[in-house]
Design a protein around this ligand. Structure first.
Ligand code: DX5
Ligand code: ZN
Length: 218
């Protein structure tokens, strides 16, 4: 099933509660947590995620772009996230992080940066509910989709299908009306979109447009 997860990185951070009411048809809210160490940008942390949890019924899809995922990821699960994505590059014991997320009632997801190969980490799939293939260098919204990631999306799709298709394949970065179809055809089913949703006059209409453009391939 196609899922559209708008990223509030492109929303008005001074008016998050209002911004969340503009995306009622979102399948989840994508929340980008950055620490200025794992990526060269700083956004929000646990207190703001807890505050967001209180003002929306939409599921929270937390994308951790922070060091020491081992320590922090479970706390985002405890804050009520539907899913928590950690970067494999930032986890000392990724399998344990994934297990900790599930034991705290969240879906577990692992992200790979554009320069990180997927294959060496496929052994973790049994512990995961979602794979995130980054289609830009993490850190900032509004960048261009890296087409060279299409084979990695296809590899993630195949790995998921080999296990019965249980694992969602998410893409994040540069997803818009021009790129979403390519990502869908490569095998993605879950699409993060920041600027393509929040730069639109009607963010909820933009979600519907993006969903339509995937052709609901799966
Ligand atoms: C980038 C973030 C993305 C970002 C995407 O590091 O992980 O979620 O919000 O923004 P767009 O859709 O504008 O590329
Ligand atoms: Zn993200």
């Amino acid at each position: 099933m196609t899922a559209i997860h708008p990223s509030i990185l492109s929303a008005d951070f001074a008016n998050l509660a209002a911004e969340l009411t503009r995306i009622p048809s979102a399948d989840a809210v994508h929340v980008d947590v950055m620490d200025n160490h794992f990526v060269p940008n700083l956004t929000i942390g646990l207190p703001v995620v807890e505050a967001i949890r209180r003002v929306t019924h939409l599921p929270l899809d937390i994308h951790l772009m922070i060091e020491d995922a081992d320590r922090w990821a479970p706390q985002y699960a405890q804050a009520g996230a539907e899913s928590v994505t950690f970067h494999v590059e930032a986890a000392a014991k990724p399998a344990q992080v994934a297990r900790d997320l599930r034991s705290n009632s969240a879906k577990s997801a692992m992200a790979v940066k554009p320069g990180t190969e997927l294959e060496p980490h496929l052994g973790l799939l049994g512990e995961l509910d979602m794979l995130l293939i980054m289609t830009v260098e993490p850190g900032f919204g509004g960048q261009s989709f890296i087409d060279e990631m299409l084979p990695k999306i296809a590899a993630a799709r195949k790995a998921s299908d080999d296990l019965g298709g249980r694992i969602a394949v998410q893409v994040d970065g540069g997803i818009n009306a021009e790129t979403i179809r390519r990502a869908a055809e490569a095998g993605a089913d879950t699409f993060v979109a920041g600027s393509a949703v929040y730069a639109a006059d009607d963010p909820d209409a933009a979600i519907a447009d993006l969903r339509g453009l995937t052709g609901e391939l799966r």
